[in-house]
Design a protein around this ligand. Sequence first.
Ligand code: ZN
Length: 141
Amino acid sequence: MTEKIEHIGIAVADLDRATELYTRLLGIPPYKTERVESEGVEVAFFRVGQSKIELLAPLHEASPIAKFLAKRGEGIHHVAFGVSDIRAELQRLKAEGFELLNENPKPGADRKWVAFVHPKSAGGVLVELCQDREKDDDHGG
Ligand code: ZN
């Protein structure tokens, strides 16, 4: 069961420029910026109440975000739902016929376990599931 919209991911070409824009838009600076080398992205997070905005900029041309920007331009990239048991939720979605991009959760930005659902099976929206990652223990990540 999904518990909340954890964040909305937005693809941007230039993280500094987009961070400046969103700081003015939201009236607050990002609480964190982070490089996720495994995904080829640099991210900035803003709090919006219980949810967040995640800006994603590519670190290199092979990054999935670079490919997204080339094809679609800047804009909403994914919606992330917060769950308390990501493995159980992945099993549930698989049983419901959703195409999973990740069969197993992987370490994501902002101390989360994450997994993605293919947009083809989710009405054209790239869906991310995420669960808080308190310590690197039982998921082998
Ligand atoms: Zn995300």
